[in-house]
Ligand binder design. Structure first.
Ligand code: NDP
Length: 238
Protein backbone atom coordinates (compact mmCIF):
# COMPACT_ATOMS: atom_id res chain seq x y z
CA UNK A 1 0.00 0.00 0.00
CA UNK A 2 1.38 3.40 -0.96
CA UNK A 3 1.55 6.18 1.63
CA UNK A 4 -0.75 9.14 2.18
CA UNK A 5 -0.46 12.23 -0.04
CA UNK A 6 -2.19 15.50 0.93
CA UNK A 7 -3.01 17.90 -1.90
CA UNK A 8 -4.31 21.39 -1.19
CA UNK A 9 -6.24 23.35 -3.80
CA UNK A 10 -7.55 20.11 -5.29
CA UNK A 11 -10.93 21.47 -6.41
CA UNK A 12 -9.58 22.76 -9.73
CA UNK A 13 -6.54 23.35 -11.93
CA UNK A 14 -3.21 21.83 -10.93
CA UNK A 15 -4.53 20.28 -7.72
CA UNK A 16 -7.22 18.24 -9.50
CA UNK A 17 -4.75 17.17 -12.19
CA UNK A 18 -2.16 16.10 -9.59
CA UNK A 19 -4.87 14.18 -7.70
CA UNK A 20 -5.86 12.29 -10.86
CA UNK A 21 -2.27 11.35 -11.67
CA UNK A 22 -1.31 10.24 -8.16
CA UNK A 23 -4.57 8.34 -7.72
CA UNK A 24 -3.80 6.43 -10.92
CA UNK A 25 -0.56 5.38 -9.20
CA UNK A 26 -2.56 4.08 -6.21
CA UNK A 27 -1.64 6.72 -3.64
CA UNK A 28 -4.28 7.24 -0.95
CA UNK A 29 -5.17 10.95 -0.97
CA UNK A 30 -6.47 13.68 1.26
CA UNK A 31 -7.84 16.45 -0.94
CA UNK A 32 -8.33 19.91 0.55
CA UNK A 33 -10.03 23.06 -0.79
CA UNK A 34 -12.95 25.26 0.24
CA UNK A 35 -15.32 23.75 -2.36
CA UNK A 36 -16.12 20.09 -1.63
CA UNK A 37 -18.18 19.17 -4.68
CA UNK A 38 -15.53 19.50 -7.41
CA UNK A 39 -13.20 17.27 -5.39
CA UNK A 40 -15.89 14.63 -4.85
CA UNK A 41 -16.75 14.85 -8.55
CA UNK A 42 -13.26 13.54 -9.35
CA UNK A 43 -14.58 10.21 -8.00
CA UNK A 44 -11.17 8.92 -6.92
CA UNK A 45 -10.63 5.72 -4.94
CA UNK A 46 -8.97 5.71 -1.48
CA UNK A 47 -9.52 9.45 -1.27
CA UNK A 48 -10.86 11.69 1.47
CA UNK A 49 -12.13 15.13 0.45
CA UNK A 50 -12.38 17.91 3.03
CA UNK A 51 -13.78 21.41 2.65
CA UNK A 52 -11.05 23.28 4.51
CA UNK A 53 -9.55 26.74 4.17
CA UNK A 54 -5.74 26.40 4.34
CA UNK A 55 -5.69 29.64 6.38
CA UNK A 56 -7.58 27.80 9.12
CA UNK A 57 -4.64 26.00 10.77
CA UNK A 58 -6.85 24.03 13.14
CA UNK A 59 -9.24 22.84 10.42
CA UNK A 60 -6.24 21.91 8.23
CA UNK A 61 -4.68 19.91 11.09
CA UNK A 62 -7.95 18.14 11.95
CA UNK A 63 -8.41 17.04 8.34
CA UNK A 64 -4.91 15.56 8.37
CA UNK A 65 -5.46 13.81 11.72
CA UNK A 66 -8.64 12.24 10.31
CA UNK A 67 -6.90 11.03 7.14
CA UNK A 68 -3.90 9.72 9.09
CA UNK A 69 -6.22 7.63 11.28
CA UNK A 70 -7.27 5.78 8.12
CA UNK A 71 -4.17 5.77 5.90
CA UNK A 72 -1.22 6.31 8.28
CA UNK A 73 1.12 9.30 8.49
CA UNK A 74 1.42 11.81 5.67
CA UNK A 75 4.34 10.88 3.42
CA UNK A 76 3.85 13.72 0.93
CA UNK A 77 2.29 17.15 1.31
CA UNK A 78 1.59 19.14 -1.84
CA UNK A 79 1.01 22.78 -0.88
CA UNK A 80 -0.69 23.86 -4.07
CA UNK A 81 -3.63 26.09 -3.01
CA UNK A 82 -3.17 29.66 -4.17
CA UNK A 83 -4.80 32.77 -5.57
CA UNK A 84 -3.48 35.38 -8.00
CA UNK A 85 -5.19 38.76 -7.75
CA UNK A 86 -3.23 40.92 -10.16
CA UNK A 87 -3.41 44.70 -10.01
CA UNK A 88 -1.35 47.86 -9.79
CA UNK A 89 -0.48 48.07 -6.12
CA UNK A 90 -1.69 51.62 -5.45
CA UNK A 91 -5.20 50.94 -6.74
CA UNK A 92 -5.53 47.46 -5.24
CA UNK A 93 -7.93 46.83 -2.38
CA UNK A 94 -5.62 45.84 0.53
CA UNK A 95 -7.99 42.94 1.19
CA UNK A 96 -6.67 41.36 -2.02
CA UNK A 97 -3.02 41.38 -1.01
CA UNK A 98 -3.95 40.30 2.51
CA UNK A 99 -5.82 37.33 1.01
CA UNK A 100 -2.82 36.41 -1.15
CA UNK A 101 -0.44 36.58 1.81
CA UNK A 102 -2.85 34.44 3.86
CA UNK A 103 -3.46 31.73 1.27
CA UNK A 104 -0.21 31.69 -0.72
CA UNK A 105 2.18 32.07 2.21
CA UNK A 106 0.47 31.38 5.54
CA UNK A 107 -1.44 28.45 4.02
CA UNK A 108 1.89 26.88 3.00
CA UNK A 109 3.41 27.56 6.43
CA UNK A 110 0.36 25.99 8.09
CA UNK A 111 0.70 22.83 6.02
CA UNK A 112 4.44 22.51 6.62
CA UNK A 113 4.07 23.10 10.34
CA UNK A 114 1.52 20.29 10.63
CA UNK A 115 3.61 17.58 8.93
CA UNK A 116 7.26 18.44 9.54
CA UNK A 117 7.83 17.08 13.04
CA UNK A 118 6.50 13.60 12.19
CA UNK A 119 8.56 13.55 8.97
CA UNK A 120 11.72 14.49 10.90
CA UNK A 121 11.03 11.80 13.48
CA UNK A 122 10.42 9.22 10.75
CA UNK A 123 13.39 10.46 8.68
CA UNK A 124 11.25 10.33 5.56
CA UNK A 125 8.80 12.57 3.76
CA UNK A 126 8.31 14.97 0.87
CA UNK A 127 6.94 18.50 0.77
CA UNK A 128 6.11 20.03 -2.60
CA UNK A 129 5.46 23.78 -2.64
CA UNK A 130 3.71 25.20 -5.69
CA UNK A 131 5.55 28.41 -6.40
CA UNK A 132 5.66 30.14 -9.79
CA UNK A 133 8.05 31.69 -12.28
CA UNK A 134 6.73 34.80 -10.49
CA UNK A 135 8.56 33.53 -7.41
CA UNK A 136 11.91 34.37 -9.01
CA UNK A 137 11.07 36.90 -11.74
CA UNK A 138 8.80 39.94 -11.79
CA UNK A 139 5.93 40.75 -14.15
CA UNK A 140 3.63 43.76 -14.66
CA UNK A 141 0.69 43.97 -12.18
CA UNK A 142 2.21 41.10 -10.15
CA UNK A 143 3.74 43.07 -7.23
CA UNK A 144 1.80 41.55 -4.33
CA UNK A 145 1.48 38.13 -5.99
CA UNK A 146 5.23 38.09 -6.71
CA UNK A 147 5.88 39.04 -3.09
CA UNK A 148 3.98 35.97 -1.90
CA UNK A 149 5.65 33.62 -4.38
CA UNK A 150 9.14 35.03 -3.67
CA UNK A 151 8.32 34.26 -0.04
CA UNK A 152 7.37 30.68 -0.95
CA UNK A 153 10.68 30.41 -2.82
CA UNK A 154 12.63 31.60 0.24
CA UNK A 155 10.66 29.38 2.59
CA UNK A 156 11.21 26.35 0.37
CA UNK A 157 14.96 26.98 0.00
CA UNK A 158 15.41 27.57 3.73
CA UNK A 159 13.45 24.54 4.87
CA UNK A 160 15.18 22.31 2.32
CA UNK A 161 18.47 22.84 4.17
CA UNK A 162 16.76 22.56 7.54
CA UNK A 163 15.20 19.21 6.68
CA UNK A 164 17.92 17.63 4.51
CA UNK A 165 19.71 16.07 7.52
CA UNK A 166 16.42 14.32 8.34
CA UNK A 167 16.11 12.83 4.84
CA UNK A 168 13.01 14.97 4.12
CA UNK A 169 12.72 16.40 0.60
CA UNK A 170 11.46 19.95 0.06
CA UNK A 171 10.63 20.56 -3.59
CA UNK A 172 9.67 23.77 -5.38
CA UNK A 173 7.62 23.58 -8.56
CA UNK A 174 7.67 26.85 -10.52
CA UNK A 175 5.19 26.88 -13.38
CA UNK A 176 4.76 29.55 -15.99
CA UNK A 177 1.37 30.43 -17.45
CA UNK A 178 -1.11 27.55 -17.46
CA UNK A 179 -4.80 27.15 -18.26
CA UNK A 180 -6.75 26.96 -14.97
CA UNK A 181 -9.31 29.00 -13.03
CA UNK A 182 -6.56 31.19 -11.54
CA UNK A 183 -6.96 34.23 -13.82
CA UNK A 184 -10.77 34.26 -13.44
CA UNK A 185 -10.45 35.70 -9.93
CA UNK A 186 -8.64 38.89 -11.05
CA UNK A 187 -11.02 41.71 -10.09
CA UNK A 188 -9.73 44.41 -12.47
CA UNK A 189 -11.28 43.74 -15.93
CA UNK A 190 -8.51 45.58 -17.82
CA UNK A 191 -5.80 43.56 -16.06
CA UNK A 192 -7.65 40.30 -16.69
CA UNK A 193 -7.99 41.20 -20.39
CA UNK A 194 -4.32 42.20 -20.57
CA UNK A 195 -3.33 38.80 -19.13
CA UNK A 196 -5.56 36.92 -21.58
CA UNK A 197 -4.19 38.94 -24.53
CA UNK A 198 -0.65 38.19 -23.38
CA UNK A 199 -1.41 34.44 -23.20
CA UNK A 200 -2.65 34.56 -26.79
CA UNK A 201 0.37 36.58 -27.90
CA UNK A 202 2.72 33.80 -26.76
CA UNK A 203 0.69 31.21 -28.64
CA UNK A 204 -1.14 29.68 -25.69
CA UNK A 205 -0.15 28.22 -22.35
CA UNK A 206 0.60 24.84 -20.79
CA UNK A 207 -2.10 22.61 -19.29
CA UNK A 208 -2.76 21.69 -15.68
CA UNK A 209 -1.80 18.12 -16.57
CA UNK A 210 1.60 19.31 -17.88
CA UNK A 211 2.28 20.71 -14.42
CA UNK A 212 0.87 17.58 -12.74
CA UNK A 213 3.29 15.47 -14.79
CA UNK A 214 6.19 17.51 -13.36
CA UNK A 215 4.89 16.97 -9.82
CA UNK A 216 4.49 13.24 -10.47
CA UNK A 217 8.06 13.08 -11.79
CA UNK A 218 9.48 14.79 -8.71
CA UNK A 219 7.43 12.77 -6.22
CA UNK A 220 8.13 9.43 -7.89
CA UNK A 221 11.93 9.75 -7.73
CA UNK A 222 13.52 7.82 -4.84
CA UNK A 223 13.58 9.49 -1.41
CA UNK A 224 17.35 9.94 -1.82
CA UNK A 225 16.82 12.18 -4.90
CA UNK A 226 15.44 15.69 -4.44
CA UNK A 227 14.31 17.93 -7.29
CA UNK A 228 15.09 21.34 -5.81
CA UNK A 229 13.32 23.69 -8.18
CA UNK A 230 11.55 22.52 -11.28
CA UNK A 231 10.51 25.25 -13.73
CA UNK A 232 7.93 24.37 -16.37
CA UNK A 233 6.50 26.97 -18.76
CA UNK A 234 5.23 27.56 -22.27
CA UNK A 235 8.19 27.45 -24.62
CA UNK A 236 7.54 30.98 -25.86
CA UNK A 237 7.06 32.58 -22.41
CA UNK A 238 9.75 35.05 -21.26
P1 NDP B 1 -6.98 27.38 -9.67
O1 NDP B 1 -7.65 28.68 -9.36
O2 NDP B 1 -7.54 26.54 -10.76
O3 NDP B 1 -6.86 26.50 -8.36
C1 NDP B 1 -6.56 27.05 -7.11
C2 NDP B 1 -6.96 26.07 -6.04
O4 NDP B 1 -6.65 26.63 -4.76
C3 NDP B 1 -8.46 25.77 -6.04
O5 NDP B 1 -8.64 24.40 -5.83
C4 NDP B 1 -8.98 26.56 -4.87
O6 NDP B 1 -10.10 25.90 -4.32
C5 NDP B 1 -7.79 26.48 -3.93
N1 NDP B 1 -7.81 27.51 -2.90
C6 NDP B 1 -7.82 28.84 -3.06
N2 NDP B 1 -7.89 29.45 -1.86
C7 NDP B 1 -7.93 28.46 -0.94
C8 NDP B 1 -8.01 28.44 0.48
N3 NDP B 1 -8.06 29.57 1.20
N4 NDP B 1 -8.02 27.25 1.11
C9 NDP B 1 -8.00 26.10 0.41
N5 NDP B 1 -7.91 26.05 -0.93
C10 NDP B 1 -7.89 27.22 -1.59
O7 NDP B 1 -5.47 27.77 -9.97
P2 NDP B 1 -4.17 26.89 -10.33
O8 NDP B 1 -4.46 25.46 -10.36
O9 NDP B 1 -3.56 27.55 -11.49
O10 NDP B 1 -3.28 27.26 -9.07
C11 NDP B 1 -2.63 26.32 -8.25
C12 NDP B 1 -1.33 26.92 -7.75
O11 NDP B 1 -0.46 27.12 -8.86
C13 NDP B 1 -1.46 28.27 -7.07
O12 NDP B 1 -0.62 28.30 -5.94
C14 NDP B 1 -0.98 29.25 -8.13
O13 NDP B 1 -0.45 30.43 -7.56
C15 NDP B 1 0.10 28.42 -8.81
N6 NDP B 1 0.47 28.82 -10.17
C16 NDP B 1 -0.45 28.87 -11.19
C17 NDP B 1 -0.07 29.25 -12.47
C18 NDP B 1 -1.03 29.34 -13.59
O14 NDP B 1 -0.71 29.97 -14.63
N7 NDP B 1 -2.22 28.76 -13.50
C19 NDP B 1 1.34 29.57 -12.77
C20 NDP B 1 2.21 29.46 -11.64
C21 NDP B 1 1.80 29.09 -10.41
P3 NDP B 1 -11.35 26.58 -3.58
O15 NDP B 1 -11.66 27.84 -4.31
O16 NDP B 1 -12.39 25.52 -3.69
O17 NDP B 1 -10.89 26.80 -2.17
Amino acid sequence: MKKLVVITGASSGFGSAIARRLNALDYPLLLIARRLEPMEDLKLSNTICKAVDVCDAEGFKNAIIEAEAIYGEVETLINNAGIMLLSELDSQDPKEWEAMINVNLKGVLNGMEIVISKMKKRQSGTIVNMSSLAGQKTYEFHAAYCATKYAVHGLTEATRWELAPYNVRVIEISPGAAETELVSHISVPAVQKDYKDWKESIGGVISADDVASAVEFAVELPQSVCIRDLKIAPTKQQ
